[in-house]
Design a binder for this molecule. Structure first.
Ligand code: TXA
Ligand code: MG
Length: 324
């Protein structure tokens, strides 16, 4: 069953060890009341990239940042009154709120998949809470399954699905809720339910005292038709992007990968990974696109990225941005 991951129990020593692994940038799967999460330090770009690599997902679906207390959200997201009401009534619990990123949000832009929003959740499972509290950082965690597989509700499911791709698995028994959290988003003004889950629409409407939209949810369970991953326009930098560039014009910024001495031109050059490592490139991708936007660049030429591992997701992202 165990394909190389360290299996930890829920005693204080094991949780302290798991928390320090998170702080070191390692991947730790842990139980929540909904499903097992594949956790990493949300503020560490490389650790967040490692989550996507472990899941083997061909796209960067945005991730939920998990916290153990309200104060941990200061400076992460921008609140509104309705979101506060839901958080006060339903947290800790199986509810995720998608809110605008705070201007100084320290969470990796990769966890937001390049968008200006961040999903946040305070789980109720005591093991999750103690782990996050001890880690002292927001913990990015998708469900701890390989892409396209069912969400895990027992530690053994995680070991089967992800095996050695995760550094440690905390065995906290079976997840009591067993379905993922309900995702409520303010990305487009009024709240919308992007994914049905452990909290019902009725509960949410009762707390808010008004109806809440549920946009056409796909039957896959892997919700949102409206998730940024599906919306090419939400994904793009302001600058126009040219792919597979062999050189750059004088007025183009250049995004390179690997050894780039031979690539000529570029008013401004940024290297996604000088050593040619696709995980490092994924970790830098959104932060570098944002800094090129911030520098006022209007055209970006990007060198080819190998179509393997996280390179597939990077190329998916760059193609969407270029096609806009
Ligand atoms: O119950 C849960 O939510 C579990 C546990 C581990 O907390 N986590 C989970 O994560 O199910 P994941 O990544 O498997 O699903 C998160 C969902 C995805 O459909 C994703 O697209 C959506 O939330 N999501 C995350 N961040 C988003 C954002 N900024 N905007 C829109 N949708 C977002
Ligand atoms: Mg999932």
């Amino acid at each position: 069953m165990n394909h190389g991951s360290l299996i930890l129990q829920c005693d204080p020593e094991s949780l302290a060890r798991a928390a320090s692994m998170l702080r070191e940038g390692k991947l730790v799967a842990f139980p929540t009341e909904t499903v097992y999460g594949l956790g990493a330090d949300a503020t560490n770009d490389r650790a967040v990239a490692a989550i996507y690599a472990a899941k083997g997902r061909p796209q960067f679906n945005p991730l939920i940042a998990h916290v153990a207390k309200m104060e941990a959200l200061d400076g992460l997201v921008v609140w509104n009154a309705a979101a506060r009401m839901l958080a006060e009534a339903l947290w800790p619990g199986p509810l995720t709120l998608v809110l605008p990123r705070h201007p100084h949000c320290p969470v990796s832009r990769l966890a937001s998949a390049g968008t200006e929003t961040l999903a946040v959740r305070m789980p109720s499972h005591p093991v999750a809470r103690e782990l996050i509290e001890r880690a002292g950082v927001p913990v990015a965690a998708p469900s701890a399954n390989a892409s396209g597989k069912l969400s895990p509700t027992e530690a053994a499911h995680v070991a089967e699905s992800l095996g050695g791709a995760v550094d440690a698995i905390i065995d906290g028994g079976r997840c009591p809720v067993g379905v993922e959290s309900t995702v409520v988003s303010w990305a487009r003004h009024a709240p919308e339910i992007l994914r049905p889950g452990g909290v019902t629409r009725e509960q949410i409407e009762k707390i808010l005292g008004r109806p809440v939209a549920v946009p056409d949810i796909s039957m896959s369970g892997e919700a949102p038709v409206l998730s940024p991953g599906q919306l090419a326009s939400h994904y793009a930098p302001r600058a126009a992007l040219r792919l597979n560039a062999e050189s750059a014009e004088a007025d183009e910024a250049l995004l390179t990968f690997g050894e780039d001495m031979h690539v000529k031109g570029g008013s401004l050059r940024l290297n996604l990974s000088p050593s040619g490592d696709v995980n490092e490139a994924a970790a830098n991708l959104f932060a570098m696109l944002h800094s090129l936007d911030a520098a006022g660049v209007s055209r970006i030429a990007a060198m080819p990225i190998p179509e393997k591992g996280l390179g597939i997701a990077i190329n998916d992202r760059l193609r969407r941005a270029a096609a806009r």
